[in-house]
Design a binder for this molecule. Structure first.
Ligand SMILES: [Zn+2]
Length: 127
């Protein structure tokens, strides 16, 4: 499956941090999306909304590259523009961790199996 570059590699003015006795700082980051992986997840049970799959990559001055993968719930109902109850309870962006996802293989990660385990239902009245 294809990753789509969401945010081109950007330089950042990172704050130096000490890690294992070595000073390091983030020099750049980029952000990718994969709609095919996002399509593997069932919609949100509260609002029927979907998720987007993100892979964020941080580049450090030391050469270290760190990837963060997660599914991100959009924050509002599609039709009414109201906030999803899940987002309101979390009081922040709702993300599902997907560190083990492999976009290149089309594997969405263990979270997809867990999230999709619930019973199927008809569309919610909000859709
Ligand atoms: Zn929702």
């Amino acid at each position: 499956m294809e990753l789509i570059l969401n945010t081109p590699k950007k330089d950042v003015l990172g704050t130096p941090i000490e890690r294992d006795g070595v000073w390091d700082w983030k020099v750049a980051f980029e952000s990718w999306e994969c709609p095919e992986l996002a399509a593997l997840l069932k919609p949100c049970p509260f609002c029927g909304g979907g998720f987007t799959f993100h892979q964020d990559v941080d580049y450090w001055h030391s050469g270290r590259i760190m990837k963060y993968q997660y599914y991100l719930h959009r924050d509002k109902y599609k039709k009414t523009g109201d906030y999803c109850p899940l987002v309101m309870i979390a009081n922040s962006a709702v993300t599902l961790p997907a560190g083990d996802a492999r976009p290149e293989d089309g594997y969405g990660g263990e979270i997809v199996e867990k999230w999709n385990r619930r019973a199927n239902r008809e569309a919610t009245p909000w859709q």
